[in-house]
Design a protein around this ligand. Structure first.
Ligand SMILES: Nc1ncnc2c1ncn2[C@@H]1O[C@H](COP(=O)(O)OP(=O)(O)OP(=O)(O)O)[C@@H](O)[C@H]1O
Ligand SMILES: [Mg+2]
Length: 233
């Protein structure tokens, strides 16, 4: 049995008179510890998939299972616990708390977890221990994104979800951030799902799920994924 399963998931958004079919019968599975890339054009439904998987939105129909949890059946209280205990989320624009230091941002996230990782070790793993007492405004965009990753993994989640984590970064910095994500996946056996609209990133994934107009276009596997350091885009 796979770790994660989407079965015929549909998501409609009612906008006044108009009904938008954001997802139109999406099915896929993800193994534990897999590094998954979700790729597709703007508006394809990538964020919708990630938000449903992360318990931040609810399906119109279909089933989402994560481990032994049927997330699509959860009420809002169960979803809160699921988001808190099982999911780490990294957004495109970091979303750090500006008046807390790097360390405090990560500590805050760890505090809400049942089994948090050691803060010093987590900061070290993203290469930011020497910046722990700086405020977000005092570090670069790539460093801020690495704080956001540290914050997400400090909770020790089984599932790390990243929505365009390199979207606001330059080329080299983006590669460093992808490397950090790949390392976490390998070392901690965390299941990592990364959204991108950049097809040049697909060689680094164990599995690539291509989404188009609310449907799965293809699902492919790389037998020998490249390291983020090796790719050019
Ligand atoms: N809260 C919402 N209310 C109404 N429509 C929405 C909502 N969220 C998404 N949609 C619509 O659902 C479709 C899929 O959106 P989604 O955000 O998943 O796309 P995406 O692939 O992440 O695009 P992008 O690369 O631009 O972020 C789009 O047509 C979008 O306008
Ligand atoms: Mg999106």
């Amino acid at each position: 049995m796979s770790f994660i399963e989407f079965k015929d998931v549909r998501k409609d958004y009612q906008m006044g008179e108009v009904c938008i079919h954001a997802l139109y019968g999406v099915s896929f599975s993800i193994e534990e510890g897999e590094f998954v890339i979700i790729a597709g054009a703007s508006g394809a439904g990538k964020s919708t998939i990630l938000n449903l998987l992360g318990g931040m939105d609810t399906v119109s129909s279909g089933t989402i299972r994560v481990g032994d949890k049927i997330v699509s059946d959860f009420d809002s209280k169960q979803l809160t616990l699921y988001r808190r205990d099982d999911v780490g989320f990294v957004f495109q624009f970091y979303n750090l708390i500006q008046n807390l230091t790097v360390r405090e941002n990560v500590e805050l996230a760890a505090q809400i977890s049942k089994s948090p990782l050691d803060i010093t070790g987590t900061l070290k793993s993203v290469g930011l221990l020497d910046r722990e007492n700086n405020f977000p405004s005092q570090i670069s965009g790539g460093e801020q994104q690495r704080v956001a990753i540290a914050r997400a993994i400090a909770k020790n989640p089984r599932l790390l979800l990243c929505d365009e984590p390199t979207g606001a970064l330059d080329y080299q910095t983006g590669k460093q951030v992808l490397e950090v994500l790949q390392n976490i996946c390998k070392k901690e056996k965390t299941t990592v799902v990364v959204i991108t609209h950049n097809l040049a990133l697909t060689p680094i994934g164990d599995k690539i799920i291509r989404v188009r107009s609310g449907k799965i276009e293809s699902i492919t596997r790389n037998e020998h994924p490249m390291s983020a350091r090796e790719i050019e885009y």
